[in-house]
Design a protein around this ligand. Sequence first.
Ligand SMILES: [Zn+2]
Ligand SMILES: [Zn+2]
Length: 376
Amino acid sequence: MTYTHLRDRSFYEGIYDRTTVMSGRIDQEYFERAYHEFFRILPDEPKDSDRATLYLNLFYVVFVGNDLLDRYDMRSKRVDEMMAQDKAKDAQIATARLTNEPVCRHCGKTGLRITGKMLHHKDSLGEPEEVLFTLTCPHCKKNTACWYDGSQLERHKTYCPKCKAEMIEKDTRKEKLLTTTYTCPACGHTYKDRLDLTVKEREADSDFERDRMIYCLHDEKARQELRDGKSRYEGMAQLGREWKEKEDNKHIYDAVAALKKLKITELSTTLAPELEKADYIEFSLDRPEIGRDVTIGFSCLDSKPSRDDYDSTKILKKTISTTLEDTNWRLMSDGIHYRLGYLSGRLRAYEQEDELIKLISKHSRMRSHHQNGGNI
Ligand SMILES: [Zn+2]
Ligand SMILES: [Zn+2]
């Protein structure tokens, strides 16, 4: 009984495309913000003027198109990499051999029979997985799990918070609720921990196939149009620098720059590596909530089993605050929640009010330029 990791290619393409759709939708929301901002600054601009078309196309490329093209161009390579990783896992399992004769953990006899192999983290979730053998004892018929060198899978131990003796654990399950009762054999201290095993139904994503077509650029014509847009934009960036020097259009660039600062992909690439250094892994962001402010939930796992909830929360808080110091993102005051090594919280983007005020005050100046025939 060895389970294999490698699946067919379409499985990995599905994973990749789901991420593309998710980030494409987020980018699209940012583009729409830029769109509204443009007409807030220029309320009298006709929606189909040359200037509006030019700017809105530019915004689309900057906020959405560039990322989509990058993800399209990387797709095949990333799918190959994911497949290679799973192939390597299968090879790791297939070639694993026991180097020492394991002993039955129940009766102490040898001659156990291998019934399965799987990959498992040995000490820390941050380290690569190792092959764990499951074996059955021919004498007592019970199971033992061990690593390649015959050493047994260590059970996670809990110690009494009062007297430090090892607690006795007992699990009871009532439908989807798992209750673990910890009892101290030395001082009698006891407490319960409850875990809700209800699997949250993934919301049916009825727009997925439609959005996959849009964001994954599976349509060749749409893809080519976007590439053309991108090369036009690259030419425009040069023009933009000239315009910017004239100050005529600076406010529009400022507005876009302020919005672009909020981009969530950047938030993730800034935080994840810093958190990993502090032993928090699998950092992920939820869907942003865009209202007056932008807020976004996040979660990660503590990969250091020795850290308790107090230290884990404190260190995570400090790491996030230090990392985000120079950005316009802050940890929200509702704090960090900790549950069995799983941490979650929320971040909020502060849009710089003074920048918005600047935009409004430039509005009148820009209008006079416009009337003087300052056409883009
Ligand atoms: Zn045995
Ligand atoms: Zn105790």
